[in-house]
Design a protein around this ligand. Structure first.
Ligand code: AMP
Ligand code: ZN
Length: 476
């Protein structure tokens, strides 16, 4: 096992990673709310969690990765305000909540599969674990942390010392009126719902019987209940997006620790946002891209994975099509380099144990172990492939080994037939416009102009072929 350091949001510092049980890692990541397609910002998060699980395994740990699927209880506001996201989506699309959940869960796993994101060891749906949530809420209640008001059971944050430690919240500031209070039943502004009854939404589609009346669970309780069910009461790593620090993860800690009376998660890891233009990509803002919109524009899913690996998980990543073009270009040259190496030799049967290839592999492992520094690890892959002192079979074997973490399909790329060059959608449109201009020149019998356009394009590496149904082109 390689020693690892991780940046723990709890404490805001790099810490030596010491799992509860040596050599084993219990890892929980909050999964999607399945009311819509995942956008590429969400997918960045799942690429991060995937590479984290892969890196831990690569570094010698046995990992159990658990992810929930939220199919009930997540309101449009994380703080109990607004409508249930699932119910709203079902209403808008004229389908049942279960149909919506099934459809978007399938879509999620299709997208993540295309991105080579491994399916977590346990994927658990909230609707199938309501009994576990009720049991956990009873423990919290028995320990005296709850109150009932206006038909809902609330968690009383004033009874939980240390509430908001993860988010460095200052409860005194809050009492002074920092936030607009929406729910008059709450005793403290930060209190949150553990169990909703019909009192809140008359027409809630999915309801369960409970000691507090027929209703449904709040959003946060599902992660506490399911993580404990599959990973025990002490968990090594919990990950999610930074937006979950102040409410969702803060409330998960309060629930879990008030039920068990002991510390819950050792290391909290949070992924930064993908941003586009000025703001974070979000479903609510309406301006978001899905994986499908990238593939429709001619990109391959792994171009996006490569793009994600180029940014550290704790830094914002600025999305643009230019940046995606350059990720695609890099991935293509990676493929070319691998094919060249493969034409020179078969890969070595074993991962190089010594020599210069080993130096690159060791650097790769060290970079992963230093708070998952994937951009550096990616640079180590390039270093290995370009190093004249590394023999082709060793370079290939080393690259395939690194791909256990990078997940870029390097073996398939090395074995693939050489690709035809393709132009970006913008470039293709530009070429088409010049061809149209040339056709117009020919029609006007301006042969000199038509030939000039052909020659200009040729100089730019675009070859034209005139045929009976018009002019076609390809990159030389
Ligand atoms: P949701 O399905 O809306 O619950 O979100 C799934 C995950 O995506 C959460 O962990 C969010 O923190 C994360 N997320 C949402 N927007 C972005 C973004 N623009 N960039 C990166 N992660 C995001
Ligand atoms: Zn969660």
């Amino acid at each position: 096992m390689h020693p690892i350091r991780l940046f723990n949001t709890l404490g805001r510092e790099l810490q030596e990673f010491q799992p509860v049980h040596p050599g084993k890692v219990g890892f929980y990541g909050c999964g999607p709310t399945v009311y819509n397609f995942a956008h590429i910002g969400n997918l960045r998060m799942y690429v991060f969690e995937d590479t984290l699980a892969r890196a831990l395994r690569y570094l010698g740990y046995e990992v159990r990765h658990v992810m929930n699927i939220t199919d009930v209880g997540h309101l449009t506001g994380d703080d109990d305000s607004g409508d249930d996201k699932m119910v709203k989506s079902a209403r808008e699309r004229g389908q049942s909540v279960l149909e919506i959940a099934r459809f978007y869960t399938d879509a999620f796993f299709r997208d993540t599969g295309l991105l080579n994101i491994r399916r977590p060891d346990v994927v658990c749906k909230a609707t199938e674990h309501v009994a576990d949530m009720i049991d956990l809420i009873r423990r919290i209640e028995a320990n005296g942390y709850t109150y009932f008001a206006g038909g809902n059971l609330y968690f009383d944050v004033s009874r939980f010392p240390g509430y908001g430690r993860l988010a460095l919240l200052n409860l005194e500031d809050l009492k002074a009126g920092a936030r607009i209070e929406v729910d008059a039943n709450k005793r403290n502004p930060y209190d949150f719902v553990l169990w909703f009854t019909k009192g809140k939404f008359e027409n809630q589609a999915l309801v369960w019987d409970s000691p507090w009346g027929s209703g449904y669970p709040g959003w946060h309780i599902e992660c506490s209940a399911m993580s404990m069910k599959y990973l025990g009461e002490s968990i090594d790593i919990h990950a999610g997006g930074i937006d979950h620090i102040p409410i969702h993860h803060t409330n998960e800690i309060a629930q879990s620790e008030s039920a068990t009376g002991k510390p819950w998660v050792k290391y909290w890891l949070h992924g930064e946002f993908l941003v586009m233009g000025k703001g974070k990509m979000s479903k609510s803002s309406g301006s978001f891209l899905t994986l499908r919109s990238l593939t429709d524009a001619g990109y391959e899913p792994l171009d996006y994975r490569y793009f994600c690996l180029g940014g550290h998980y704790r830094s914002q990543l600025q999305f643009s099509f230019e940046a995606l073009d350059s990720a695609r270009a890099s991935r293509r040259s990676l493929g070319e380099r691998l094919r060249t190496l493969r034409s020179q030799a078969e890969p070595a049967p074993a991962v190089p144990a010594d020599g210069k290839a080993r130096v690159w592999l060791d650097a790769f492992a060290d970079h992963l172990a230093e708070d998952l520094a994937l951009p550096r690890a990616l640079a180590d892959l390039w270093g290995l492939l370009r190093d004249p002192e590394v023999t082709p079979p060793e370079a290939l074997a080393g690259a395939y080994d690194m791909d256990r973490v990078l997940g870029l399909g390097l073996r398939e790329a090395a074995e693939a037939a050489p690709e035809e060059k393709a132009a970006s959608p913008e470039r293709a449109a530009q070429i088409e416009r010049r061809i149209a201009e040339r056709a117009a020149a020919k029609k006007a019998k301006d042969w000199a102009r038509a030939d000039a356009i052909r020659d200009e394009l040729k100089a730019e590496g675009v070859l034209l072929t005139d045929g009976p149904s018009g002019t076609t082109w390809k990159l030389s």
